[in-house]
Design a protein around this ligand. Structure first.
Ligand SMILES: Nc1nc2c(ncn2[C@@H]2O[C@H](COP(=O)(O)OP(=O)(O)OP(=O)(O)O)[C@@H](O)[C@H]2O)c(=O)[nH]1
Ligand SMILES: [Mg+2]
Length: 982
């Protein structure tokens, strides 16, 4: 070559003078200088070689020891901003556990744009991961063309661009260090001398001791040199730097987003930058590294980027510009090429691109722009299931780490609030419990589910069960009867089952006649409500499983067992069932059982469902019209009485005042009269309930008009004279206008006071336990019931559900205690007996009491007598003697004057209460030979009902621990031991 040149060139120029260092270097030969400008005749065919000026070739200096901090951290170059403003380098670092990928071997060093991620090919051809410990950043205000190219800064040598995919580890950059970015006019920006402290905007990561360490030797440390940064930024340089997704522009696999989710600081960028930086694989990509407005703050916190991304829900979308089946990054390959998909956007990458596109996968298999976004729910079931491709590319440890991150990282978790079980959104803990149980719901996605915790049946709201999961998990709310939208009138664990389930039960040999209620336990054994023996096990029969398979109903798996200690799984279940104490609440009509039941629901926070509330609203509104009708009827009566009075005055001229019109203070206008007549007609026809809930909207204005009417108010003032009007009517009539409006929503108190709120079949039940707060307000002395494992079931039965002679009582033979409610006020009330004869209501209650006590199935049961409506008794005793009831004919309390003064008027009611209690006790003793427990109750007062239920629980406990308790202990609590001598 030199010879040829010599022939062409008449004058051989001396080579540039070398420095002293080079004198004496034998290997140096001037003859081989090249780049001498040709000044001879021009020929188009002759290639022209531009001279190279040695002095102007940028060189890289060896890394100064000062830049190698004790922890051997390595600076990592971040994207360079396009503005020219010089800035002092900024470094921030903080703890981070994000994985990063480091290269092995000098040649694989690469400057990284992120603190978090990178990939490197090790000697074994696998990518190596290491974990960054901290991150930092360095800013400079210039950018480079193709700056995204990897920088390979060899010690003491030129920085050479490296197109290797290997990503350097992170490093820590001393704030005094400066990286030099040499000028680069012709897009040959591969040569980059990075200098800290100048225009380059960099992020750096600290790394611990590890494989990243060796890479520090590649970095040109010019910590003591001033930096020359090129000003020749070209458009697209930054974009190219960012666009790690695009192999044409960059080989970087790093992302600010990756650090975003892991570190507290990232760069931000102006919107326009972000928009320009859409990756090839994504329609809209949030800039991995974003840039600051030059004049604004230098630091933008990760939260802003993160929350912006999440709050805007700008989930990156995958878009493939290549042909179908090709890799989203390199656009190569066909449909059958093995690819790995991003669990967020679904972009698929071939084995060559996957690590570059996904970095070190701190959140699992997400391409870098997708880090920090929620996964596509369709991919949830694949979480943590490693692919063949990753296993081939990475070593076992790394794959494990990625899979672990994929499963456990916060961003990939199912949002608990989006999973509703039995109408209640889950808490984080509940979700963990649900997913961590031995047999968790499969394919759990956001949605509404129902869960029968006794049997473990699990399904989507309104649908058949789809799985039997572990039972006894404390997740979600209470199972509703309508949870699975069943319409069979057959209930399993309080849920009305679906038609398919009914078939299944029939296949199990249960004909389900008479719409039974079953208790189905987790092991498949079932029994009819109220019976104490297991009828069978639905899973014992092969036919059942076959039917289930045919009907797509779930069958138990081996894992289906209560969540808890595996060893004691069966015992645990047994214990749980044992601890559900059943309280059977019954009483004659109007004894107050439904009030006590509703009060218990309110006390123990067992919510009324929306449906229940709506039904109750309609009942209340219907009741209101009934009360109004009673008042209107009374008004007519009062009007007639007044008119009669007037006519009498006409007949007796001496008392006649001279007015002859037929109006009285109870007379109403034509309009209201028409409404009144119509309403009374409806009530007489018995259609009130049928008409009123629906007609509420139409008739609400009449209620308002009525309420304002003087005649109606005059009638209302005499409401005590209207026997038909219940006392509770006042509560609702006072708010008649409000309640009659369509928008009315009943309050808890309204529900409590509402009459006629009871399930259609008169049977309802609720589970409860004594929470600590409730416990404290009731009785501090007993604490065992605080244990949530002591569960109670309150079953309220209307006497009509018991059938003639209480024949259905057998259904409830497994109850633990009978709570028999008697209204204390009924001693003077009359009702018709079954033969239509008027009978004293107290005697009717006595009769029902006797029937239940003497029922063979109830022989050995504990009984707690709830003497209810004590508040009303206090009033009534002043007016009506207790002896009105023949059973109480010998009530003749001797009240000393002193005692009377001390206790006031309540003493009489107290005596009456004690007396009635004794009467029942004696009766019970005669009938059963056992002791009757008695509690004084005012159903409308929560504490009173709470104490009564507490007392019931104590009795049960006392039965179980007979030796620990004495009769006196109990009687001192709430049992008012009657003292007839008092
Ligand atoms: N003042 C007062 N009223 C009560 C008390 N307990 C119940 N009541 C009222 O008595 C009426 C009848 O009570 P319910 O609870 O409906 O009686 P029940 O046993 O369910 O009777 P049915 O209506 O036949 O189902 C309602 O108006 C209640 O508001 C009480 O302790 N004090
Ligand atoms: Mg009732």
């Amino acid at each position: 070559m030199a010879g040829i040149l010599r022939k062409f060139l008449p004058v051989v120029q001396p080579s540039p003078k070398r420095g002293d260092d080079d004198v004496g270097n034998d290997t140096y030969n001037d003859e081989y200088s090249f780049a001498i400008e040709y000044s001879g005749p021009v020929s188009n065919n002759i290639p022209r070689v531009l001279p190279i000026v040695f002095d102007q070739i940028p060189v890289a200096a060896p890394v100064a020891s000062s830049s190698l901090s004790s922890d051997s951290s390595l600076p990592v170059v971040q994207p360079i901003v396009r503005h020219n403003r010089l800035k002092e380098p900024k470094l921030s670092s903080e703890s981070l556990n994000a994985p990063c990928v480091s290269g092995e071997g000098e040649s694989s060093t690469r400057v990284d744009s992120s603190d978090a991620l990178g990939s490197a090919t090790g000697a074994d051809g696998k990518f190596k991961l290491c974990y960054g410990i901290s991150s930092g950043k360095l800013e400079c205000s210039d950018d480079q063309d193709n700056l995204s190219e990897i920088l390979d800064c060899k010690a003491g040598d030129e920085c050479i661009p490296v197109e290797s995919e290997v990503v350097g580890g992170s490093g820590k950059l001393e704030s005094s260090s400066k990286l030099k970015c040499p000028d680069d006019q012709d897009n040959s920006s591969e040569i980059l001398d990075c200098t800290a402290g100048d225009e380059c905007m960099l992020t750096v990561s600290e790394v611990g001791e590890g494989s990243c360490k060796q890479e520090t030797s590649h970095c040109h440390d010019t910590s003591h040199d001033d930096v020359e940064l090129p000003n020749n930024s070209q458009e697209g340089a930054v974009a190219g730097f960012h666009d790690y997704m695009n192999p044409a522009n960059s080989e970087s696999t790093e992302s600010g987003l990756s650090s975003r989710s892991l570190s507290s600081e990232v760069f931000s960028c102006k919107e326009e930058y972000c928009n320009n930086e859409e990756s090839r694989g994504h329609v809209k990509k949030l800039s991995a590294v974003t840039f600051l407005e030059p004049d604004t703050s230098d630091t933008v916190y990760e939260e802003s980027v993160y929350s912006e991304a999440e709050s805007n829900n700008v989930k990156p979308k995958a878009e493939r510009n290549g042909k179908k089946g090709s890799c989203y990054r390199c656009l190569k390959g066909i449909q059958f090429t093995v690819k790995e998909a991003c669990i967020v956007c679904g972009a698929k990458y071939c084995s060559n691109c996957v690590v570059r596109a996904m970095g070190s996968m701190p959140e699992g298999r997400k391409c870098v722009p997708c880090i920090g976004f929620r996964i596509d729910e369709a991919n949830r079931r694949n979480l943590g299931k490693s692919s063949w491709m990753l296993k081939r590319l990475l070593n076992d440890m790394e794959v494990k780490q990625i899979m672990k991150a994929e499963i456990s990282c916060l961003m990939n978790q199912l949002p608990p609030e989006q999973v509703c079980v039995n109408g209640e959104p889950l808490s984080q803990n509940q979700l963990v419990m649900l997913q961590g149980c031995p047999n968790p719901p499969k394919k759990l996605t956001p949605g509404n589910y129902w869960y029968d915790k006794v049997s473990g049946l699990w399904g989507k709201d309104g649908y058949n069960p789809c799985q039997i999961i572990s039972s006894q998990l404390e997740v979600g709310g209470h199972l509703k009867a309508e949870a699975s939208n069943g319409n069979t009138n057959v209930y399993v664990n309080n849920r009305q089952i679906t038609r398919k389930e009914l078939y299944m039960l029939k296949a199990a040999g249960e004909q389900c006649e008479g719409y039974p209620h079953f208790w189905l336990s987790a092991d498949g054994s079932y029994q009819e409500e109220g019976q104490n023996h297991v009828k069978g096990n639905i899973w014992d029969k092969k036919r059942t499983k076959l039917v289930c398979a045919l009907l797509s109903l779930p069958t138990p798996t081996d894992n289906t067992r209560p969540c808890g200690d595996d060893v004691n799984a069966i015992g645990y279940n047994y214990l749980e069932l044992k601890k559900l104490h059943k309280l059977f609440l019954v009483g004659d009509k109007k004894s107050g059982t439904s009030t006590i039941y509703k009060q218990a629901k309110l006390i123990f926070n067992v919510p009324f469902s929306e449906d229940e509330r709506q039904n109750i609203k309609l009942i209340i509104q219907s009741n209101l019209y009934r009360y109004i009708a009673i008042l209107l009827e009374g008004r007519e009566r009062f009007e007639e009485e007044s008119l009669t009075e007037k006519w009498k005055q006409v007949v007796d001229p001496s008392s006649y005042s001279g007015q002859s019109d037929e109006k009285t203070m109870y007379s109403i206008g034509q309009r209201l009269k028409a409404f009144s007549d119509w309403l009374l007609k409806v009530m007489v026809s018995g259609n009130l309930e049928a008409i009123f809930p629906a007609a509420t909207r139409e008739y609400a204005p009449f209620v308002e008009e009525l309420w304002k009417d003087m005649a109606f108010q005059a009638t209302y003032n005499r409401r005590n004279e209207l026997d038909m009007l219940p006392r509770v009517a006042t509560y609702f009539l006072e708010r008649a206008v409000e309640i009659s409006r369509p928008i009315y929503e009943p309050s808890d108190m309204d529900i409590l006071y509402a009459e006629g709120v009871t399930s259609s079949n008169g049977l309802c039940s609720m589970e409860f336990s004594f929470p600590k707060s409730t416990q404290e307000s009731f009785a501090d002395a007993y604490t065992d019931q605080n244990n949530p494992l002591f569960r109670y079931q309150l079953i309220r039965v209307h006497p009509r559900s018991l059938g003639e002679n209480c024949k259905w009582l057998e259904m409830f033979e497994d109850v633990d205690i009978v709570l028999f409610s008697v209204s204390l006020t009924e001693y003077d009330e009359l009702v018709e007996d079954s033969n239509g004869n008027p009978t004293n209501k107290m005697l009717m209650s006595k009769q029902l009491f006797e029937s239940i006590v003497t029922h063979p199935r109830f022989n050995e049961k504990d009984f707690l007598l709830l003497l209810n409506k004590y508040d009303l008794l206090e009033e009534k005793m002043e007016q009506v003697p207790l002896t009105k009831c023949e059973w109480f004919h010998d009530f003749n309390p001797v009240i000393s004057i002193n005692y009377s003064r001390r206790t006031g008027k309540t003493s009489l009611a107290q005596y009456a209460f004690h007396y009635i209690a004794v009467k029942f006790k004696i009766l019970f003793q005669d009938l059963s030979g056992h002791k009757l427990f008695v509690s004084q109750v005012t159903g409308l007062e929560p504490d009173s009902v709470g104490e009564a239920l507490k007392y019931a629980s104590e009795i049960l406990k006392w039965e179980e621990e007979e030796h620990s308790y004495t009769h006196n202990d109990l009687s001192s609590f709430t049992d008012y031991e009657p003292n007839s001598s008092a």
